[in-house]
Design a protein around this ligand. Structure first.
Ligand SMILES: *[C@@H]1O[C@H](CO)[C@@H](O)[C@H](O)[C@H]1NC(C)=O
Ligand SMILES: *[C@@H]1O[C@H](CO)[C@@H](O)[C@H](O)[C@H]1NC(C)=O
Ligand SMILES: *[C@@H]1O[C@H](CO)[C@@H](O)[C@H](O)[C@H]1NC(C)=O
Length: 279
């Protein structure tokens, strides 16, 4: 079962991409808009405890007994997806994902570098650390030396044009891979560029229906995966099933990416995942 985990890499930007037109992404000085931070960003205090842990116990999600079998059938519209009060805390999610990260990297050597880099990029960009972790796990299972795809999507976040891992500089190269996925690379927007698409603000992402993103992280995740968004129903993309946003939500609720959760998703009536292939 462990080895089958690694077959599950989703290719972002599988479709045609108008990237010559859009230069200038990749600047790490941008942050999530303030109004979106209020809704979607949780700051970590000095001891790195999520403020979400201060929620009354009855409002907190419990760690799932079996993370291999978690899947959320919520959706399919972005507005149906839950807020961050329905995500596990970073500590809970790290505990669930750390064994996977350790397995794919053949040991725990890079665990701390990865965790620290996620927290640093979250604190700089104001993209919640849990979202960053969920996207990393979805894209690469945390395999720091993962190869590039044919579409040159590279690195931990499988982002086009992303820097590779460097054994000479593990700490910095791990952080660079995460920054590339969040801020983007020259010509290729990152997750933050999509997340910041707010119906009220003009956007340079002219080929994306930014009204459909409207500051919603799940819709932004959908676009991070496909490069576009054409429907309020996030489980569909150009007439085909799309699992990405639902997988991200499920990971935020404790799915570790293994087969059982995928199989469970087939039973989600409103999502139309009945024919999903589960490695
Ligand atoms: C909290 O995380 C930061 C990195 O973001 C790290 O430098 C620091 O040592 C951590 N503190 C504790 C108490 O774990
Ligand atoms: C991690 O990526 C490397 C480089 O592509 C690959 O050789 C290795 O098999 C991957 N690890 C796992 C467990 O898939
Ligand atoms: C969402 O899209 C999927 C795939 O096209 C479809 O099977 C499902 O019925 C749709 N759900 C709703 C509620 O429209």
């Amino acid at each position: 079962m462990r080895s089958s985990q690694c077959i599950f890499f989703l290719l972002p930007f599988a479709t045609a991409w108008p990237y010559s037109k859009h230069q200038g992404y990749g600047t790490s000085t941008i942050q999530l808009h303030e109004n979106l931070q209020d809704a979607w960003y949780t700051k970590y205090t000095k001891d790195n405890q999520s403020e979400v842990t201060t929620l009354p116990t009855k409002n907190r999600l419990a760690v799932p007994g079996d993370p291999t079998r978690v899947y959320s059938c919520v959706g399919p519209r972005a507005e149906d997806f839950p807020g961050q009060d329905k995500w596990l805390t970073l500590d809970q999610l790290w505990a669930i994902n750390e064994p996977v990260i350790e397995t794919v990297n053949g040991g725990s050597t890079y665990n701390d570098d990865l965790q620290i880099a996620i927290k640093e990029v979250a604190s700089d960009s104001k993209v919640d650390a849990r979202l960053i972790l969920a996207i990393i796990m979805q894209e690469s299972s945390g395999n720091i030396s993962i190869h590039c795809t044919e579409t040159t999507a590279c690195g931990l976040m499988q982002h086009r044009g992303s820097a590779p891992f460097s054994a000479y500089n593990p700490k910095i190269s791990i952080k660079n891979m995460i920054e590339d996925g969040i801020y983007g690379t020259p010509g290729v927007p990152g997750f933050l560029s999509y997340f910041n698409c707010d119906a009220s603000a003009p956007s340079e992402l002219t080929w994306v229906n930014t009204q459909l993103i409207n500051g919603n992280p799940y819709a932004a995740a959908h676009v991070y995966n496909t490069g576009h968004i054409d429907d309020v129903n996030l489980s569909t993309d150009k007439g085909k099933s799309n699992y990405y946003a639902h997988d991200i939500l499920s990971r935020l609720q404790g799915w570790n990416g293994w087969k059982g959760g995928c199989e469970k998703s087939r039973g989600c009536d409103r999502l139309g995942f009945g024919k999903r292939h589960c490695w």
